[in-house]
Every structure is written in C-alpha cells, then in structure tokens.
Design a binder for this molecule. Sequence first.
Ligand code: NAG
Ligand code: NAG
Length: 343
Amino acid sequence: MLWSIALALAFAAPTLGVVRFHCSQLVVERIDPLVEPERNPSSHVHQIVGGDSFNSSMDPATHDLVADSTCTTCQFSEDFSNYWTAVLYFRAQNGSYKRVPQLGNNQFETANGGLTIYYMQDAIYDQQQLSSVKSFQPGFRMFVGNVNARSIEEAARFRQLTYVCMDTWTSRAPEIMQFPNRPCKEGIMTAVRFPTCWDGKNLDSPDHMSHMSYPEIGTFESGGPCPATHPVRTAQVMYEVVWNTKIFNDLWPEDGTNPFVWSFGDATGYGTHGDYVFGWKDDALQRILDTPCIFNCPASTGTTQSIQAMNSCSKPTVVDEDIDGWLDELPGGYQADYGSVPM
Ligand SMILES: *[C@@H]1O[C@H](CO)[C@@H](O)[C@H](O)[C@H]1NC(C)=O
Ligand SMILES: *[C@@H]1O[C@H](CO)[C@@H](O)[C@H](O)[C@H]1NC(C)=O
C-alpha cells in the first residue's frame, strides 16, 4: 500500500491526494451572507473563517473576496474564501446556555479556534480514481444540510455530515449522524462534506444546493460517476471542527440527555450544515489540486503563512449582542429542540 503510494507520487499521478490545512477564527456572530444576505443580525450564530472581506452583503456581482480582503485566517495566504458553520452551545440543567469554544485541530493546536479544510482530489490512498478534479470559479457558493432536520430520515439525503465522540485527540471514528450520547473525553468533532458534482453553469442556485449533486452511484471516495445533469467533477470540500465540549463534561445531566445544542436550536444534531463562498486568488486552487500531495501540501504547493499570522487576522463583530455569557435563550430567541423523540 505505502509502496504503491510512493510509486504513484514518484511518477506524478496527476490527482492523487488530499489537501489539508487550517483556518483560524475570523469572527463569531449572527451574519450569513449566503442564506440571509443583508440581514443584520441573521437568524443564528455562526463561526466564520477565511478572508476579512466577509460581511453581511457579499453581493456576488460586485464583491471581490480577493481584492477586497486585507488578510486571511487560512494557512494558504492565497485563499480568501469564507467557510462557516453554526456554533454549539451547552445547555445547563437550569436551562441556561453557554457557547462551546472551538479548538485548533490536530497539528494546528496553536491556531485560534476556527476549522480545518480539506480539498480531496481523490479518495484517500485510492490508486484507481485518476481523473482530475476542477477548481471552483469566482462567484461560486454552496450550502449543504437542512437546518430544520430533526430526524435521521430528514438528514439521510445528506451524506457524511457527521459527529465523532473524541475519546483521544486523534479519534476519527465511528462517525455518527447525531450528537454523541455520552461525554467525550477530548471533545466532539463535527465534519461537513459537500457534494462533488457541479452543473457546470450556475455559480449558485436558489437553495444554494441544486447546482451541485452527489455522484450518481457510489460516493466520491468510491469513484462514483457524476450524473449527466451535473457532469463536472470537483474536489470534495470537507470541514472538520473540534468543539471543546470537555470543559462541560462534569456538568452532564444525570439522566444522560445530550446537553449540546446548535445555535439554531437543534439538540438532535440532524440539522448540522455548512456554507462555502469560493475566494481563491487567480488559479491558486487549481494549481494546488493539480499537485500530487497528501496532507502536507502547503509546504510543497503554494504560498503559506504561519499560524501566528493566521491568528492575527480577525474582524470586529458588527452585531452588538452577548453571545458568550450564560444566556436564558440562544441568540435569536431559540430554545433547545429535541425533536419529536426525546433523546
Ligand atoms: C461589504 O463589503 C463590500 C466591499 O467588499 C462593500 O462594498 C459593502 O458595502 C460591504 N457591506 C456591508 C454591509 O458592510
Ligand atoms: C446555570 O447553571 C450554570 C452551570 O452550573 C451556572 O454557571 C449559571 O450561573 C446558572 N445560571 C443561573 C441563572 O442560575
């Protein structure tokens, strides 16, 4: 196995690899230019990373993420994209909420929170799938998930929006589709994987999803072909977010009810989702996707910055509200929703 990877690298298989890098926190607040543009505040709290041109409007016709940014929180200094998710809150037994902070991921421990990004050029260590993947284009945006999902049936159409109960700092399995039902020693990791087949025409769509599709059969990892309606095979974008739930492990309810709640009220976990607005400089992403590498791509493929420089890029909040104290309700007025089946 290792031998064949080395061989493929030596002979420069065009697409073998997985690009993995971290982005520190840019800002945490109720702003969402993809789903709720121009709204200040938007409905629920997000944590956002990437270029500092991020704001509530980001009109695709005029907003230039590269030209309008002065810095990025991402390790690749040519990546001014914005990546975001909702945030987690802990619900105490008295009904008060407290935001769960994020941690720098494995190998990025000194990063200020944020999330880790993967651009999967190919299934990890898969030698068979050698067709190239396309970068996204300026103006491209997408969303995945259903904020209203509260059951496994509603969540099932989204592949691979998952949770890992981290018993160790490097735990990556088993992946489950709802909040863990026990305290996790090192925290909870959430993963968001986006669909990988583009219609080749639309940079966005009304639901921010239908211009993208999953493979027609199989998965990205199994080399499944794209459907005729969405023929362009893109990299698989994945986020990993490490939530420092361990600081609340002593406060777990005695009846074992999961105490974690998404900022939009979901206490089941099925409503997890992610947002992506492409903003790489020139052809930087395609250049990186065309370079064979596994994980340690920044060193060999592009312009990068230190974690210290990533941490120094941030943005003041524009929404004036307390999101970090002990709160009677989640910002936006939500309460924990356990769905129809109590957990
Ligand atoms: C967002 O940034 C753009 C420039 O990139 C600016 O023209 C626009 O007015 C800003 N919108 C808000 C709401 O700050
Ligand atoms: C609710 O419980 C938390 C955790 O024990 C505590 O820190 C907080 O002060 C309590 N809030 C109220 C209003 O009693």
